[in-house]
Design a protein around this ligand. Structure first.
Ligand code: SAM
Ligand code: SF4
Length: 349
């Protein structure tokens, strides 16, 4: 097929991104950096992790090129993540260039961002003007001392200011992500939901996954979706929202709505059967899943001396090779499960 993305260059001779289980892929998560301004315990050890070498990280032109080929193959949504994506100095430019793309049938590509919010007071308005649609912000606690303990940085006030800046800039709906942790913040499930509902934000709780750089995850202590819902039902009336589609979060209306609360139950109720996501790491590796052991390199293709058309063909082939290796599910519960070599911060959550 020949596909266009609204910008020249992305011509492919292969088909759409459908894997061997019939799942069509429309969502590309792009990690802009593995560096971060926080050190959340469920993600990174205090000392950080060995950072990717700068020379291996994709330039903005390279990211845009991979994305353009992906869009020609059926990608419709791009979420920027990291590490902390707002640490990338040219993040506004990246957003502007990605948001200018259109799908082969002429629709604009939807660009959103997952962030710790620390740079949003300065960047929310420029990002919106560049075409950013929405943000997901991580906020695991409303207590300053806990925030310091959990992220190893005293930045609650700045995070809250960042969330307010996203709201003021119209980056709606503002979604708040919290990883529920036993004995750390599981007693704040109701308070966090109230905080979000009162401000018109959407609260999402995430089951902790075995992706931390410190390899401290323990199946037996993680807080399950069932426990989260039990706590919420003690304070609110929850009604399930039907029609989840490929979304990772299962949603409930809070006290009759319109506010909703969601749970991303990656461990106890995996949603792999409807997965439509692929990932590109900051150093140019395509991954079919957060938990993949395999990666397909785009950097060598991008940096080859081949003519432009051959490079685009090579990138399309990389997308298809990545999909060909995609498994039916993540198998966290299988005794042979191995935590991926890369931590979440280097994959892109
Ligand atoms: N720095 C940004 C942030 O924190 O939102 C973007 C990157 S972060 C890796 C993306 C998401 O992954 C965040 O919502 C974070 O809470 C989540 N996350 C990180 N480690 C996790 C883990 N071990 N289990 C579940 N979620 C995790
Ligand atoms: Fe940084 Fe996000 Fe990981 Fe926290 S979860 S350390 S903010 S990348």
């Amino acid at each position: 097929m020949t596909g266009g993305s609204g910008q020249s260059g992305a011509t492919t001779t292969r088909g759409q991104l459908v894997d061997r289980f019939g799942r069509a892929h429309h969502d590309l998560r792009i990690s802009l950096t593995d560096r971060c301004s926080l050190r959340c315990t469920y993600c990174m050890p205090a000392e950080g992790v060995p950072w990717l070498a700068r020379s291996t990280m994709l330039s903005t032109d390279e990211i845009v090129r991979v994305a353009r080929v992906g869009v020609a193959l059926g990608i419709r949504e791009i979420r920027l993540t990291g590490g902390e994506p707002l640490l990338r100095v040219d993040v506004v430019d990246v957003v502007r260039r990605l948001a200018a793309m259109t799908t082969p049938d002429g629709a604009p590509v939807e660009v959103s961002l997952t962030t710790n919010a620390l740079r949003l007071p300065a960047l929310a308005a420029p990002l919106r003007d560049a075409g950013l649609r929405r943000v997901n912000v991580s906020l695991d606690t409303l207590d300053r001392a806990r925030f310091l303990e959990l992220t190893r940085r005293d930045k609650l006030v700045e995070t809250l200011a960042g969330i307010a800046a996203a709201d003021a800039a119209g980056l709606h709906p503002v979604k708040i992500n919290a990883v529920a942790m036993r004995g750390v913040n599981d007693d704040e499930v109701v308070a966090l939901t109230r905080f979000a509902v009162e401000r018109g934000y959407q609260m999402r709780f995430i089951e902790q996954m075995p992706l931390d750089g410190g390899h401290t995850w323990d199946r037996h202590v993680m807080v399950t979706q069932a426990e989260i819902l039990e706590r919420l039902r003690g304070a609110f009336r929850l009604d399930e929202v039907p029609g989840r589609g490929a979304a990772p979060a299962e949603l409930w209306t809070v006290d009759g709505g319109p506010a909703t609360v969601g749970v991303i139950a990656s461990v106890t109720a995996p949603f792999c059967g409807a997965c439509d996501r692929l990932r590109l790491t900051a150093d140019g590796q395509l991954r079919a899943c957060l938990f993949s052991q395999a990666e397909v390199d785009t950097r060598e293709v991008l940096r080859s001396d081949e003519p432009a058309e051959a490079v685009d063909e090579g990138l399309a082939a990389a997308f298809h090779a990545c999909l060909a290796g995609k498994k039916a599910g993540h198998d966290i519960d299988d005794p042979t499960f191995l935590q991926p070599r890369r931590p979440m911060s280097a994959i892109g959550g």
